[in-house]
Write a protein that binds this ligand. Structure first.
Ligand SMILES: [Zn+2]
Length: 285
């Protein structure tokens, strides 16, 4: 199989702190440096949350703006994806940065349990976030924590709430949500193909020790892969991951084993139906 594989790096998330792994980038400047290193290792999408100085999650549009500017300057053409999911319960402030027009944003279309709480995505908020993404030309990445979320994306696409072919990410291994289950994974792929067509791109993310498993499964099955310190702070049982880039390099090695070239920025944008890199504002020469 020679289909290029898009590598997404989820650099920070809303949970891990320096206490879990000192390499987790917290400040915008740390985030830009970590993203740049991951970009050089082959990542073409950066999935980003922002943090307050005390490491707690933030929705501050100014921080998102500074991050976007830094990434566009140092990582030309890289696809910037903001998280709208990191602060469950925060309502519409979760989408307050969409007017900055990142290339993409994550979109959770249903609720489910997380390790210690409910991950709340009420229907009116989902509709509002999807509407803001349409207005600001932001492509959603649908976070499928459950099979029903893939079918919900189809219903939203049919109603004109999502532009283009939805890009579905299967998330497995979150405690109290969908476990890492090969039969379910295969059925997810089958469902994406049935609803959105054989060529519809999809990706997968595994949490904690399952990151490596989901990288392997997705890359071998022709999907795209997400890695990064948001989902997993360890290289293996004994070692912390030294950087986001180290996790990207690990995913790139899996690609090499499966004869999947790591997608370039141009290839990734083409596969996802995004504007070409040359038209991205603020891009370095
Ligand atoms: Zn995230």
């Amino acid at each position: 199989m020679t289909k290029p594989c898009i590598l997404c790096v989820a650099i920070t998330g809303s949970l891990p702190t320096k206490a879990n792994n000192p390499a987790v980038p917290i400040t915008v400047s740390e985030q830009v440096d970590s993203t740049h290193e991951a970009f050089q290792a082959g990542a073409t999408i950066v999935h980003a949350h922002v943090r307050n100085d005390d490491q707690t999650p933030s929705s501050d549009p100014d921080k998102f703006a500074a991050l976007k500017e830094g990434i566009e300057k140092h990582c030309p053409g890289m696809i910037v994806q903001f998280s709208t999911g990191g602060r469950s319960g925060a309502g519409r402030t979760r989408g307050g940065m969409l007017s900055l027009r990142p290339d993409m944003a994550s979109l959770s279309v249903g609720s489910n349990n997380f390790p210690t709480r409910v991950y709340e995505n009420p229907p009116d908020l989902v509709d509002w976030l999807a509407g803001e993404m349409l207005v600001h030309d932001v492509k959603p990445e649908i976070e499928a924590f459950d099979l029903s979320h893939i079918l919900k994306a189809k219903a939203m696409a049919d109603k004109g709430q999502l532009a283009g072919t939805p890009y579905i990410q299967f998330v497995m291994g979150v405690k109290n949500a969908m476990p890492v289950d090969r039969d379910v994974f295969d059925y997810y792929i089958q469902t994406v193909h049935r609803l959105f067509g054989k060529d519809a791109p999809w990706c997968a993310a595994g949490i904690g020790q399952h990151q490596l498993t989901l990288n392997e499964w997705a890359i071998a099955a022709g999907g795209h892969a997400r890695t990064g310190l948001e989902d997993n702070v360890r290289l293996d049982r004994d070692r912390l991951a030294p950087s986001n880039a180290a996790l990207v390099r690990r995913a790139a090695e899996i690609c090499a084993r499966h004869d999947r070239p790591v997608a370039t920025v141009e290839q990734a944008r083409d596969i996802l139906g995004l504007r070409p890199a040359t038209l991205v504002k603020g891009q370095a020469a």
